[in-house]
Design a protein around this ligand. Sequence first.
Ligand SMILES: Cc1ncc(C[n+]2csc(CCOP(=O)(O)OP(=O)(O)O)c2C)c(N)n1
Length: 544
Amino acid sequence: MAKITGAQAVVKSLEREGIDIVFGIPGNHNMPIFDALYRHPHIKHMVVRHEQAAAFMADGYARASGKIAAVLSLPGPGVTNAYTGLGEAYSDSSPVLLMATQVNRAYIDQDKGLLHELSNQLEALSPVMKYSERVTEASEISNAIHRALVEARNGRPRPVQIEIPRDVQLDSVDWPGVPGQASAAQRKRVCAPAEAVEAAARMLRDAESPLIYAGGGVISSEAGRELVHLAERLGAPVLTTGMGAGSIPGDHPLACGVAWIASADIRPLVAACDALLAVGTRFNEAMTHAWSLDLPTVTIRIDVDPVEIERNLPMKEKLVGDAKATLAAIDEQLAAWGEDRGGKVAPRLAAAREGFRAALEAKVGSTRPWMDALRDNLPRDTIISADMSLFWADMLGIFPVYEPRTMLFPWGYGTLGFSIPEALGAKAALPDRPVVAIAGDGAFLFTGAELATAVKYRLNVPILVVNNDAYGMIKVQQRDQYDEQFVAVDLENPDFVRLAHAFGAHGVRATTPEALSEAVGNALGADKPTVIEIPWGWTWGAEK
Ligand SMILES: Cc1ncc(C[n+]2csc(CCOP(=O)(O)OP(=O)(O)O)c2C)c(N)n1
């Protein structure tokens, strides 16, 4: 039996678990693990410019590919920097493995004045963790990483952390041969109980105008195909939440668009159905008009998490189970009864769907030719990673998303600075797929330093910067709700094209939708990232 270090055991455990990339920045407390990574034949590491970006990248990696990536951080400032990205992943149910390191065991939580020490670090991170474990013996590393990944891969996906003190990384351990040595964590799909499936199928069969409300659980369970089958069988239009975007192709006749606070009002649509089937959603505030929906008498909810199924809007029939398995079971039951409406929607609901689509279309306004320039020139499987901005908010509800895992947005935590690192994480996961980032000028400078990372690793992501020299979404609110008293919203920006060049990236300015199409086309064929600045003169009202 070979003796290896704890740090080597960490890396071997990652390999066993199928983790093939680690994002992070080295420092005193994690150098043994970086050293073990250096010696590993195929696990990649990507050095970033701020730990926030490492967490976003791991999140983007998971959102785009469904695979889990690891973040390797220092204690103290390393983990607090990563916190924001982990918060976004937690909020949007995305799995990330944080390997938080720690001071030596004897000094943990003693506030002795050690470099990077943070008292109660494990607990401090727990609000954004599904699972937390401190490893105090090198012999426990393998099983601890396994336990964390069982949590990350099963039930509701969310970040998990393993905290590894520096001296544990340096201890030696037998390998293989750790007692109870784990094998790779697997995903287990559990279907909702048969009686509940049958009851739900009966309710749906008896409904005249069922509506489906699909959340991120459909995407994380890879249940898009089952969802579309069921929707077609029932003639049920599908409204998605943000995280559920792409669970049905955006140009499918049953697709309604995205429910979001800045999209159109979903209430008339929901009011027009006589049965609502909600799948993998927690009904958050922004996607339910603050829970003010007029629900039909028949409400059915599927969720893998028994806690989530009780959250927010109460539903009559609750099916705790994996979305893919449970949707397939309902569909099979309906097929056995010979139910098939061939995608035909009841007239009242069809009209309500049209009304909702029209309201979404109307929002697009002056951004329409830009939206078309983007969508028409990007392959269907392009991954879009966008920040909150006036430009994107305009088109977000209706921008056609054709495939699951192709629309990345900070739905829950709403973090500015999301788009660039998330896009880089997606590109690291799927190097052959087109990936585009869309940021406002404000968002760009939150995490724009990662342009250096994109240049270093030759990630040819077009990064659109829609520049209105303002924190525009806030400025609009000051215009409309604060009597045009503009405070702390006007920005003085660098020249984004020259900035791109200074980083060693390509940089161009696009002043028309045609120029945007051309620039994006060139950027997708380039050998490194391209910043595409879109100067955008917004009308703010009277300056005072
Ligand atoms: C971390 C963080 N800080 C602040 C905000 C609040 N916020 C939301 S949108 C926005 C303005 C975004 O400005 P910009 O990126 O330039 O896009 P624009 O709205 O001008 O289109 C701000 C400050 C936020 N969402 N996240």
